[in-house]
Ligand binder design. Sequence first.
Ligand SMILES: Nc1nc2c(c(=O)[nH]1)N[C@H]1C(S)=C(S)[C@@H](COP(=O)(O)O)O[C@H]1N2
Ligand SMILES: [Mo]
Length: 197
Amino acid sequence: MAVISRGFGARRRESDPRLPPGQYLTEDFPVLSAGPTPRIELDEWRFDIRTEAGALVSWTWDEFLSLPIEDVHTDIHCVTRWSKLGTSWRGVSLDTLLEYVESDASYAMAHSYGGYTTNIPLDEVRDGRAWVAFEFEGEPLDPEHGGPARLLIPHLYFWKSAKWVRGLTLMDDDEPGFWEQNGYNMHGDPWTEERYW
Ligand SMILES: Nc1nc2c(c(=O)[nH]1)N[C@H]1C(S)=C(S)[C@@H](COP(=O)(O)O)O[C@H]1N2
Ligand SMILES: [Mo]
């Protein structure tokens, strides 16, 4: 009986409507990093947005924390097939950050301390769909998970959520970032399984 009810439980969990196709639920928080964890001192931390015309806006850590901060509750989905439901974050929305620049760009390249990059469709990160997050479950974001701050773009596969993010470069045309140059999809919608090329 115990075996049967465990199996039933597993099937029920896999058919959770919040779970995109081909994903399984995990309770832990796996660390996926392409290189070593960079350590960034808060007094050296900057977040920059450079527009396609070359204009630059730059925030220090204190300036960044004085922006409107939002609580975010969301599910996250990694292309390696784990999904985590109901995670809690705090951060500044990209809507807020993009208000500071004048731009008609359609894409952005996110740049991280350590050299990681990933391309972002700008029309999909407005309207409360993306943040620069610095807290996870009520605690400062662990360095392994991208602290001091990372992108959080939960409606795309989690490789788009650049850890240790240090800025965005706005672009008229789409360009591949680190994983996108190595076979990952240019867009990355988990609901249509845009995993690889
Ligand atoms: N800077 C940086 N950001 C990154 C990565 C990375 O290697 N470097 N990996 C990406 C991938 S593939 C995933 S699944 C998530 C993993 O985030 P986590 O380690 O907090 O689970 O971060 C993404 N952001
Ligand atoms: Mo990933």
